[in-house]
Design a protein around this ligand. Structure first.
Ligand SMILES: [Zn+2]
Length: 318
């Protein structure tokens, strides 16, 4: 009987101890696990800590780029000095925490962002760009061109297509991100590897900032239409499509307007020239207002999209 009792008692003790040591708090899409051994935190200090975390960490995660962890282990320790913080893992010295409750948010932000190679905030004529690089090998000329293109193109796109667009944009050059680039929520993520292999492809900025201006939200229209518009905008407003050898591909009979990107963009260039100048601006407005539907083409041009494509196929010169 005694032989069995001891393991049972030990197991109970372990469970009780871990229940006290670990507290999980979830807010928005973030999870904070506070690991606190040996001692209890007073309620006020714990509130300061969680308040600081839920301001500093989501801001960091947004700026940090690709797939930054949303679950964080925060350990309060007697051993490590001060505070150390990286994605998913924060350690704070117990005594330091008791002495510095008022600086928590600022210190957390600083410590988290120390892993970035650079973080610049640039402001011009009411527009702001925060440029974060996580690539130690990012070409400084490429970086400067990305910044210059933002300040040259983005205000034009905002004024022309959607004056309500945000004027605060975030660029992140991330080594962990392997596609080309993507835009969401005022942030553009650039693949460090892609920019290294294609340093002249600066008008990625033009295409991606148009996505910010579009801001259609979900299920406003088909993806080929959104992407076709973004590439048409690059064709029309791009700063150096020639230098990057970016052009619209010639028409052939295998194509469809749903091919998206440049093929759709060329069709739009043809419509603007031959059928209905200003159509893209009108479609863009309808998509943003969520009033776009299949009938929009007929209403705006007098022809269905298939009739337009047939006319395009018969004489595709632009
Ligand atoms: Zn796109």
């Amino acid at each position: 009987m005694k032989k069995f009792l001891l393991p049972v008692i030990m197991l109970t003790l372990t469970l009780n101890a871990s229940a006290q040591d670990l507290e999980t708090i979830k807010k928005d899409r973030y999870t904070l696990n506070i690991i606190n051994k040996n001692d209890q935190l007073d309620t006020k200090l714990k509130k300061s800590l969680t308040d600081a975390f839920f301001v500093a960490y989501p801001a960091f995660a947004r700026a940090d780029g690709y797939r930054t962890k949303r679950e964080v282990d925060l350990e309060i320790s007697n051993e490590t000095p001060g505070i150390s913080a990286a994605e998913g893992k924060i350690t704070i010295n117990r005594d330091w925490l008791k002495q510095h409750p008022e600086n928590l948010e600022k210190t957390l932000r600083y410590e988290l962002s120390r892993h970035w190679v650079s973080a610049d905030t640039i402001k011009k004529k009411g527009y702001e760009l925060v440029f974060i690089s996580k690539d130690p090998n990012l070409d400084q000329q490429v970086k400067q061109k990305l910044i210059d293109t933002y300040f040259k193109i983005y205000p034009v796109l905002v004024k022309t297509y959607n004056k309500k667009s945000t004027k605060e944009v975030l660029f992140v050059v991330d080594t962990a991100y392997k596609a080309v680039a993507e835009a969401s929520g005022g942030r553009i993520l650039f693949s460090a590897g892609y920019m290294k292999a294609h340093p002249t492809d600066i008008d990625v900025v033009t295409h991606e900032t148009m996505h910010i201006v579009q801001g259609y939200g979900y299920s406003a229209g088909p993806v080929w239409l959104t992407e076709g518009i973004a590439d048409y905008i690059r064709y029309k407003h791009g700063v150096d499509n020639v230098g990057s050898k970016w052009s619209l591909p010639d028409f052939n009979n295998q194509q469809s307007y749903t091919n998206s990107y440049r093929i759709t963009a060329r069709f739009f260039a043809w419509i603007e020239k031959n059928e209905k100048p200003g159509l893209i601006k009108q479609l863009d407005q309808e998509l943003r207002a969520h009033t776009y539907n299949n009938g929009s083409w007929k209403t705006l041009t007098g022809k269905t999209i298939d009739e337009l494509w047939t006319a395009y196929a018969q004489n595709p010169v632009i």
